[in-house]
Design a protein around this ligand. Structure first.
Ligand code: HEC
Ligand code: HEC
Length: 345
C-alpha cells in the first residue's frame, strides 16, 4: 500500500511534467530517486503521541485539535466549517446528531449488504476506508485519518469515535472494538507507525519564505492568493488553504497544483452559463436563490445572473484553477511553493 502511494504520486508527476522539458528532466529524475530514499528519510520522522486515556473527552480534544476534523466538520453550532456534513443536529439536512445518525446509516448499509451492520461498524469502517460509504450530496473527500498528514493512531481514532457516539448516543468502546472493521483499522493504522512508514517528501527542501512570495505577490507568475485565502488574506474563488497541509498529503497537493481538474473540490465546481442573449459566462457558483445565481470568474469578479435570462447552465469538467503552472514555474520555484504550502498545517 505504501508503495502504491508513492507510485501514484510518481505517476502524477511523471505524466504532468512530460510536457515541460525543464520539469521533465529536473523533477522526474529527482522524484524517481525518492522511491529509494524515502524509507531511510522517514524512519524516525514520526513522533510518538500518547493520549491520556481513551475517553470521549480525549476524543473531543483530538476532534478540535490534531485530528483536524474541525477544519471540515462543525458539530451543531460549534465550529464554522461547512465543507463536510455537520456531525451535530443541524438544519433539515442533518436532523440527527452523528451518535444517532450512525444507526440510520448502518440500517441502510445492512439492507444493501444483506447482513447485520451496526452503528459502531459504520463509524469504524468509514474511518478505515472513507470510500466505503459516501454521504449523499458529498464527494469522497474525507481523508484517510490513519494516514499522514492527519495520521491518527488507533487509540486516538477510538477516542474520537467515543466522542462522536456521545453526540446524541452512548459512548460504547466495546461495540467499536468488537466491529470486524476494527481489526482492519488496527492492522492498517499499526502498519503506518511501524519503522517502515513511507512518507512522501519532496527531494528539494525549498524555501518557504520564497514560496510565500510566489503565493501572495500580485506580480508573481502564479499569484495563488488571487483565488485562495490563507490566514485571512486572499481571494475566495477557490477553497481556503490555511490548513491544507494539515489535512492533505503532499501527493494530493502536488496533483491539485499540476492537474487541478483531476479532483474538483466540492462546492468549487465550475459552471458554464449561456444566457438567452447568447452570452457565455463561466465561474464557480457562489450564491443561488430562486431568482438568480452568482458566479465568480477566474479573476474573482462576481456576476449575478437572473435565472429568467438563463438559456442553459452546464457543469464543466475543467477547473477554474489554471493548469499551466508547470510551464510557468521552475523546479526551484515549485519546491519553494511546496515548502510554503507545507507550513499551512
Ligand atoms: C478535508 C475535509 C475533512 C476532514 C479533515 C475530515 N472529514 Fe470527515 N468527512 C468529510 C467529507 C467531505 C465527508 C462526506 C463524504 C463521506 O461520507 O465520505 C465526511 C464524512 C464524515 C463522517 C460521516 C458523516 C455522516 O453524516 O454519516 C464522519 C463520521 C466523519 N467524516 C468524521 C471525521 C472525523 C472524526 C475527522 C477527523 C479525525 C474527519 N471526519 C475529518 C471531510 C473531512
Ligand atoms: C483563478 C483562480 C485560482 C488560482 C490563480 C489558483 N487556484 Fe488553486 N484552486 C482554485 C479553485 C477554483 C479550486 C477548487 C477546484 C479544484 O479542485 O480544482 C482550487 C483548488 C486548489 C487546491 C486544492 C485545495 C483543497 O482543499 O483540496 C490547492 C492545494 C490549490 N488550489 C493550490 C493553488 C496554488 C498553490 C496556486 C498558485 C500556484 C493556486 N491554487 C492558484 C482556483 C485557483
Amino acid at each position: 500500500m505504501q508503495n502504491s502511494f508513492v507510485k501514484a504520486a510518481l505517476s502524477i508527476l511523471q505524466n504532468s511534467f512530460v510536457k515541460s522539458a525543464v520539469f521533465a528532466v529536473g523533477v522526474c529524475a529527482i522524484y524517481i530517486g525518492i522511491g529509494e530514499e524515502i524509507t531511510s528519510i522517514s524512519g524516525g520522522a514520526k513522533t510518538a503521541t500518547t493520549v491520556a486515556g481513551i475517553s470521549p473527552e480525549a476524543g473531543e480534544s483530538i476532534f478540535w485539535g490534531k485530528g483536524k476534523c474541525h477544519t471540515c466538520h462543525s458539530i451543531g453550532d460549534q465550529g464554522s466549517a461547512i465543507r463536510a456534513p455537520n456531525l451535530g443536529a443541524h438544519g433539515s439536512d442533518f436532523p440527527l446528531p452523528i451518535g444517532l445518525r450512525a444507526e440510520g446509516r448502518a440500517k441502510e448499509i445492512s439492507q444493501k449488504l444483506g447482513k447485520p451492520f451496526t452503528a459502531a461498524d459504520y463509524l469504524v469502517s468509514s474511518h478505515y476506508d472513507p470510500e466505503f460509504y459516501v454521504v449523499s450530496g458529498y464527494k469522497n473527500e474525507m481523508p484517510v485519518i490513519w494516514k499522514p498528514p492527519i495520521g491518527l493512531k488507533v487509540d486516538e481514532i477510538l477516542a474520537v469515535d467515543l466522542y462522536l457516539q456521545s453526540q446524541g448516543g452512548e459512548p460504547n468502546a466495546e461495540a467499536l472494538m468488537k466491529s470486524p472493521y476494527f481489526e482492519l483499522l488496527k492492522k492498517a493504522a499499526g502498519s503506518q507507525s511501524a519503522a517502515t512508514t513511507v512518507a512522501f517528501k519532496p527531494y528539494l527542501e525549498g524555501d518557504p519564505e520564497k514560496g510565500k512570495e510566489i503565493f501572495f505577490d500580485p506580480n508573481s507568475k502564479t499569484p495563488c492568493a488571487k483565488c485562495h485565502t490563507v490566514a485571512g488574506k486572499g481571494g475566495k474563488v477557490g477553497p481556503e488553504l490555511t490548513n491544507v497541509a494539515g489535512t492533505r498529503d503532499l501527493p494530493y497537493i502536488i496533483q491539485s497544483i499540476l492537474e487541478p481538474s483531476a479532483v474538483i473540490v466540492s462546492g468549487y465546481e465550475p459552471f458554464l452559463v449561456v444566457t438567452k442573449d447568447g452570452e457565455f459566462i463561466t465561474g464557480v457558483k457562489k450564491e443561488e436563490d430562486d431568482k438568480s445565481i452568482t458566479l465568480a470568474d477566474s479573476d474573482g469578479q462576481r456576476q449575478k445572473i437572473e435565472k429568467s435570462k438563463i438559456e442553459k447552465m452546464v457543469q464543466q469538467k475543467k477547473s477554474i484553477m489554471p493548469d499551466n503552472f508547470r510551464d510557468l514555474l521552475t523546479v526551484d520555484e515549485f519546491h519553494n511553493l511546496l515548502a510554503f504550502l507545507q507550513t499551512l498545517q
